[in-house]
Design a binder for this molecule. Structure first.
Ligand SMILES: [Mg+2]
Length: 366
């Protein structure tokens, strides 16, 4: 009889992803402090830092810091507005490289993913070697680095990732999760925010190890529904599966520089949006069944319409064709158009994913 092997979960987190993406297309930024966020307007700008690179962090800059404060600390940094379309296309490239090599994959944000390595490695050593190879290949193929945490469950792997950034691998050996977590502040537990931290501090709980010493019922009483989750994570007992979420849709939209009633101009924009969406669909290796349009008129009156195709498609011409015919249904409107958007939905992964999985992990999965 075979004994089920212990889990080995890897958490991947791209290093200062947006800033690295900007450096990729403009290598002269490599050693400069780079800040992605709101327009600083010589220190008078509103809004926040969305992301910054490691040279900027040396000046004390952090994500979510007001952009005016970033300017005060480091006016010489290169300040850029975020280009989410570009980041998303780079993200799909990265995720596709990881996804193609594993059976159990879960993307959790634009630059983070979990992988269950049970089908690939039987020891942490093997897992670490596999992760190191993948990190090298990611760097060669995309020019980007990431940090990885390896542990017996998702929460410990995620917490571990932050310990050696950038470009690090942190391994929590089998049976070591509780010991690893004990000295860390409770704020490292996913889901523990400022409010929970305060509630726990009031009863003298500051370290994960303090939670480990408590009865689960006391934690539940103090924190309500999330208490059980926090207690499980603290004790290394969290056991959530690594599972791909269902894809819902891909969309893009554009606000016109000036409101317009010129349908030639509007159709031109729709063509650009269709081409962009087509590229993203291709790079994400998905197929779609529905194409939708959103048209917002002056005064914020907004309409959406969609069409369902006879079969799944990944064809940008199909997006354009459907989008144009949907757009035509608005042309007798008297108001000028302020914004147009396109969306593909009912999406799923291209079937070819399965082939690439068996090619990559040749022999390890039947
Ligand atoms: Mg990251």
């Amino acid at each position: 009889m075979s004994v089920p092997s212990a889990r080995i979960v890897a958490h991947f987190d791209m290093d200062s992803f947006y800033a690295s993406a900007e450096t990729k297309r403009n290598p002269s930024l490599r050693d400069e402090p780079v800040v992605i966020g709101a327009d600083p307007k010589d220190g008078k700008g509103r809004g926040v830092v969305v992301s910054c690179n490691y040279p900027a962090r040396k000046f004390g800059l952090r994500s979510a810091m007001p952009i005016s404060e970033a300017w005060r600390l480091c006016p010489q940094a290169v300040y850029l507005r975020p280009d989410f379309e570009y980041y998303e296309s780079l993200s799909s490239q990265v995720m596709q490289i990881i996804r193609a090599r594993v059976r159990d994959f879960e993307q959790v944000s634009i630059d983070e993913a979990f992988v269950d390595l049970r089908s690939i490695a039987t020891t942490m050593g093997e897992a670490e070697a596999w992760v190191a190879r993948l990190k090298d290949d990611l760097r060669t193929e995309t020019g980007l680095t990431c940090s990885v945490g390896l542990a017996e469950n998702k929460s410990a792997a995620k917490i571990a990732t932050d310990l050696h950034k950038p470009d690090g691998i942190t391994v929590i050996g089998p049976g070591m999760t509780k010991e690893f977590l004990a000295p860390l502040p409770i704020g490292v537990i996913p889901g523990v925010g400022v409010k929970t931290e305060m509630l726990l501090k009031e009863i003298g709980i500051t370290k994960v190890g303090d939670i480990q010493k408590l009865e689960v019922d006391l934690v539940k009483k103090r924190l309500g529904g999330s208490g059980l989750w926090i207690w499980d994570v603290a004790n290394g007992l969290e056991n959530e599966p690594v599972k791909e979420h269902e894809l819902k849709s891909f969309s893009t939209e554009r606000t016109l520089e000036e409101d317009s009633k010129d349908w030639v101009v509007i159709e031109g924009i729709v063509s650009e949006l269709a081409a962009e969406l087509g590229d993203r669909v291709r790079s994400a290796h998905i197929v779609f069944r529905k194409v939708g349009i959103k048209v917002r008129f002056r005064g914020f009156e907004t309409h959406t319409r969609e069409a369902r195709l006879a079969t799944y498609s990944n064809d940008k011409d199909a997006i354009l064709r459907e989008a144009r015919s949907l757009l035509r249904t608005f042309q007798d409107k008297k108001l000028p158009v302020r914004l147009v958007g396109l969306r593909v939905s009912e999406v799923k992964r291209e079937a070819t994913d399965q082939t690439s999985i068996s090619v990559w992990i040749d022999g390890l999965v039947d």
